[in-house]
Write a protein that binds this ligand. Structure first.
Ligand SMILES: *[C@@H]1O[C@H](CO)[C@@H](O)[C@H](O)[C@H]1NC(C)=O
Ligand SMILES: *[C@@H]1O[C@H](CO)[C@@H](O)[C@H](O)[C@H]1NC(C)=O
Length: 197
C-alpha cells in the first residue's frame, strides 16, 4: 500500500516537474538549485525567472508584475522585495541582450526567445558542480567555462555577446565566483530552510 502511494507520488511529482519544463532526474545524493530565465520578444519584450530547489519551484518573477512570487512553503526563506529588485535588474539586462542578439543575427522568424539556465549542485560527499548557459530560439548560444574563465560562443552572433560580457575587468571572475560561492550558499540556505520547515 505504502509502496503504491510512493509510486503514485513519484509519477505525479515527475509529471509536475516535466510540466514546468523538464529539469531532468534528481540525484538523491545531491541537492540542486536551478534558475531558469526566459526572455521573449513578443508580444512585447518580457523576462521571466524561475528558481527550482531539487526540481520543485521556489519562486517565479516576471517583468510584467516586477515581483518575485514565492510558493507558499518558501515565503520566509528570502526577502522577496529585494529578490524582486535583483530580478528587475537582471531582466532589464537580459532584455537588452536579446535586443542586441536580434540586431546582429540574421532574422528568419518574427519572435525570438533567449533561455538561460544557471545550475549548481552540492552532493552529500561535499562535491559541487555548476553551469551557466543560454540558448537562442532553441539552439545552444553561449555557455560559461569555469576552467577557461571565459564565455564560449556557440553561434557566430554569440561572439559579440561574449566580448561584451568579458570586457569589464573582473566580470568573468565574478561569474565564476557566483557559481562556486553564491549559488552554493543560496542552495545551502534553501536546503537548511527546507529541513527546518
Ligand atoms: C560524490 O557524489 C556524487 C553523487 O553521488 C558523485 O557523482 C561523485 O562522483 C562523488 N564524488 C566523489 C569525489 O566521491
Ligand atoms: C581574476 O582571477 C584570476 C585568477 O584567479 C586572477 O589572476 C586575476 O587577477 C583576476 N582578475 C580580476 C580583475 O579580478
Amino acid at each position: 500500500m505504502i509502496g503504491a502511494l510512493v509510486t503514485v507520488f513519484l509519477l505525479f511529482f515527475s509529471g509536475t516537474v516535466l510540466g514546468h519544463g523538464s529539469l531532468g532526474k534528481h540525484d538523491k545524493n545531491c541537492d540542486s538549485l536551478t534558475y531558469r530565465d526566459s526572455v521573449s520578444s513578443k508580444p512585447q519584450f518580457s523576462f521571466r525567472n524561475t528558481a527550482y530547489f531539487n526540481g520543485a519551484r521556489v519562486y517565479e518573477y516576471n517583468s510584467n508584475s516586477q515581483k518575485a512570487v514565492p510558493e507558499p512553503e518558501w515565503e520566509n526563506v528570502e526577502d522577496w522585495d529585494k529578490e524582486s529588485q535583483i530580478q528587475k535588474q537582471r531582466g532589464d539586462f537580459a532584455i537588452e541582450t536579446l535586443k542586441e542578439i536580434i540586431r546582429i543575427s540574421p532574422q528568419e522568424t518574427e519572435s525570438h526567445v533567449l533561455n538561460g539556465r544557471i545550475n549548481c549542485e552540492l552532493c552529500q560527499n561535499g562535491s559541487t558542480s555548476s553551469s551557466w548557459s543560454y540558448s537562442y530560439d532553441g539552439d545552444p548560444f553561449i555557455r560559461f567555462d569555469k576552467d577557461k574563465l571565459a564565455w564560449i560562443a556557440e553561434q557566430p552572433a554569440a561572439t559579440i555577446i561574449k566580448q561584451k560580457w568579458e570586457e569589464t575587468p573582473g566580470a568573468v571572475n565574478r561569474t565564476k565566483e557566483y557559481l562556486e560561492k553564491e549559488c552554493i550558499e543560496t542552495l545551502k540556505k534553501f536546503r537548511d530552510y527546507k529541513k527546518a520547515n
